[in-house]
Design a protein around this ligand. Sequence first.
Ligand code: ADP
Ligand code: ZN
Ligand code: ZN
Length: 814
Amino acid sequence: MQYFIDVILPIPIQKTFTYSVTEAEFGFVKKGMRVAVSFGNTKMYTGLVFEIHQNPPELYEAKDILQILDEKPIVNETQLKHWQWISNYYMCALGDVYRAALPSAFLLESETIIYRNQAFQNEEILNDDEFLIFEALQHQSQLTVHQISDILGKNKVLPIINELIQKSAIYIKEEIYEQYKPKLVKYVRLHSQYSNESYLEPLLEELSRAKKQREAVLSYFQLATSKKPIKAKTLEEQARVSKAVIKALVDKEIFEFYHIQTDRISYKGETNALKELNEFQETALQEIKDSFQDKDVTLLHGITSSGKTEVYTKLIQEVLDTGKQVLFLLPEIALTTQIITRLQNYFGNQISVFHSKYSMNERVEVWNNVLDNKPKAQIVLGARSSIFLPFSNLGLIVVDEEHETSYKQFEPSPRYNARDTAIVLSAMHQAKIVLGSATPSLESYFNAQEKKYGFIELNRRYGNVQLPTIELIDIKEKHRKREMNGHFSDTLIKQVQEALDEKEQVILFQNRRGFSPIVECKTCGVSPQCPNCDVSLTFHKFKNELRCHYCNYQRAMPNSCGACGSNQLDTKGFGTEQIELELKELFPNHNVGRMDLDTTRGKYGYQKIIGAFEAREIDILVGTQMLSKGLDFDNVSLVGILNADTMLNFPDFRAHERAFQLMVQVSGRAGRSQKRGKVMIQTYNPYHQILQQVSTTDYTAMYKEQLQDRWQFHYPPYYRLIKITLKHKDYQKVDAGINWLVKALQNVFQENVLGPSAPAVSRIRNQYIKNLVIKIPPKQSLGKTKQQIAKIKNTFQAVADFRPIRFIVDVDAY
Ligand code: ADP
Ligand code: ZN
Ligand code: ZN
């Protein structure tokens, strides 16, 4: 008898591969277990068992597997079904899905590079083979799995390496190792029994004979007028007393110490009861539950700060009570400690967080906890890739900020949208799913209007705080009247000043990082270009360098024009860095912070800035769209948008929808508690319909108008889009390829093929890029269309000349 398994390999090939196993292995192996297999002459991969059978392959001789790596499946059958759906729908290889789904530590292969963990000291826990590898890594800074197999003289080495990873003795290349020590700053406040200033008198009375302590209390009240949290250190300095004096006051229960620990995600504290919902939230909750009676997907359209999160928590609790798991999806950069802490506050250790910035070990741990349905993985809070976790028992998925583009993965394959993929996942688990947003995507809102999804609205901010007033400032006019100072109108400057005078905080939004996007020669008009990409370099003043935002190329800022030698170089346009600089000059006595890709690198990048802003160490925060993502600051009274026009003029069919979403979301950061907030939007074009709709927060007006455009110009939600991109370093090849492809596709789809076109940046990292788009009308079969495209792709790749061209298919490419 012969025994076989079909294995998925983590490579971009559509089919599975058949390997032979022994009778004993056949009795043991299960779908979803990993096996080490050799492939080609020298490669070794970690494959995943997809089928178990007794039919020998027809076209090749099946090789033996090297080894079974798991004792029980680490991927379940629902996942395998889900992966197949992704592979079909997004037209990508199952191997790509497999590679994206598993933490890289699960996917060791012959070329994986292994490093020694310098901090590891417990050599005594290593067995002989493990120690041999560990020791080899003292002589050589890195080893591949292949080399390790040579050192040990055997080819069954993956379990040994896995064990070393488990023991933290080694790590693999994909890992970003970041040494991190939480910064714990000690703050003081009055003990809760002294909740306001009326206690000052009696307190001073009580301390009349402890002069130093009295001094400290007096200074405390002085500092407290700033409304900022008070650091223990600051109080010591201000009162000129020692640590011991403050400590004595804490012992007397007059003061208490506390920490603002915003940059560490591990939960130790106690949990609190869920908040009581107000009547509007209560109604929304009930409506969601009602809609779940006959619909699996529900859209919750709740304005910013209406308390959607609190509504979710009630739903979550009910699902937990039935013994099922919950997945709470957030866009990557909204996944800050703010929301994590908030949920941990209710659900404590039932929450696991899954996040691409987490280390490999943390991700493996979450994977295993979900697999084993551990108590601490009942709720998973995660970014888009958490849809790949091995849930066995999902009851509810929440997709917060469902309109966010970062749910879509553009590169590499699988190019999936986590929201849509989550909807499919929830159906496979017979679970329910809520999509929530203050500014839903047109598609989801359309599905709700068409009654495909349930639809619930929450139109009131919690605590009846009003939505901010939104004012448009015409900067064309301001320029004409010479009322601009740099990029600031006098009106905006005045508003910022007023907010600062009130000790309130300000957020300023500028959708570009860097100092100024373009450097231009005043004499000949030439701008320095990236040598690898078809794009101008961006000037970063702080480091005085030019950088490419596409490939990260950087060089020093030149003193003279590379084309004509003139030393009159001008900077045009503006980015966050320049705004920050102008602010420092306009408001020299206040702290300005900046939040963009450049300042938030590393695992704790965001947290540090958000923490400093929460602790009110920053008065004005300038940032890119990162600022719009679900942050909740209670002291921000003013939000300024420096230039609305760049968003509106972006060449994309969703530009207007996006601009609306972005501006409404950023505005939503203002006035989240008590006082009504203000939003000032600077624009050259105050009569633009989108700005009018933003200024009245009129989602429905925006929706209706955009929908009409989409209908007229054949875009989603009516038509579907599949984009094909070709890339190659030889321009002629790409050009010939795309022309052939357009013709071939037009034979089948006629006028619904658009292109060829070159993207705005038509060469990146020395690769020329050409696109085409296929529009799929409402009644045309999606499945059949994809089959036809796949067929044409095969023919294309059969042409020898075209074979080296990278061929990228992106389904729902938006
Ligand atoms: P959204 O997610 O809709 O923008 P949030 O859930 O962040 O709104 O709520 C906004 C603020 O109101 C938060 O600070 C939250 O703690 C508070 N809040 C909302 N609902 C309640 C409630 N029922 N009881 C107490 N506080 C609430
Ligand atoms: Zn020049
Ligand atoms: Zn570049």
